[in-house]
Ligand binder design. Sequence first.
Ligand SMILES: C[S@@+](CC[C@H](N)C(=O)[O-])C[C@H]1O[C@@H](n2cnc3c(N)ncnc32)[C@H](O)[C@@H]1O
Length: 249
Amino acid sequence: MKDLLAKTWFYRFPLPGGAVTPSYHDGALDAVHTTRVDMMGRALREHFGNAPIASAVDLACHQGWFSWQLTEHGVDRVTGIEPRDEHVADARAVIAAMGLSERIKIKQCDVHDTTPERFGVHPLVLCFGLIYHLENPIGALRRARALTAKGGLCLVETQVVPGMRGFVDWGNYRFVRPLKGSFGIIDEMEETHAAEASTTGICLAPDTEGLMWIMRQIGFTDVALVPPPADGYEQHLYGKRVMVRGVAV
Ligand SMILES: C[S@@+](CC[C@H](N)C(=O)[O-])C[C@H]1O[C@@H](n2cnc3c(N)ncnc32)[C@H](O)[C@@H]1O
C-alpha cells in the first residue's frame, strides 16, 4: 500500500484504509475522468436500465481506473487491455490492493492485436482516450466492434478536431463526392515514451461527424453523442472531446 502511495497516478484510486492515490498536477486533471464516468453512467442506464452487465472490455485501460469504475456501475467481470508494461503492472497492483483481482483481469495487448477468439465478445466495450493516439483509428474501431456482442453497447470517447465540409472532384469534375468527415494529423513523434501518448507517434484524430459516420459503416446502429453533465470538463462541454455510443448490429 505504501508503494502505491509513493507514486503519482493518472487517477485517484481509493485504497483500503481510506488513503487515495495522488494524481497528476495535484488533481488538476481529475475532472476529465469524473466527467467521463458521469457520461458513461448515463449511457449505461439508457442502454441496460437496471439489468446486470455480465462483462465488459476496457480498451487502453491504462492503470485500470475505468475498469474499476465499471465494477462500480454493475459490471460483473472486466477485461482491461493495455500494451504498456508500466500501466499493466500498476493496474494489476492497484486492483489487487482494492481486492478486485477476481473481477478485473488486465491483459497486455495492443488494440490492433485484439480478437474475439482471444478476449471473447461482451455486452459492453469501452474505448476511451485511445483512437486519437493511433495511426489506424478505423482499424481500432473495427476491433472494438468485433469485441462487442450483437445488441451490445460500445462507447468511444476521444479528442476530436474541427471538421472540413464540402465536395471533392473524385478523379474528374463529373464525379463529385461529399466529405463525410475529416482526420487531423497530430505529431506525437517525440512523445512515444510518454505514459498517455501514442506508441508510434503518428496520430489521426477524427472530427465528430466523421467518427459517427465511420461507426455506422463498421457495424453500429443507434450511433449518437452522449451529452456531458452541465458542470463537466471544459473539453466535453465545448465539443472538443466527445463520447459516442453505438449498438452492435
Ligand atoms: C490518454 S490514455 C487513456 C487511458 C484511458 N483509457 C482513459 O481514457 O483514461 C491513452 C492510453 O492508450 C494506450 N495506448 C496507446 N497506444 C495503444 C495501442 N496501440 N493499443 C492499445 N492501447 C494503446 C496508452 O498506453 C494509454 O494507456
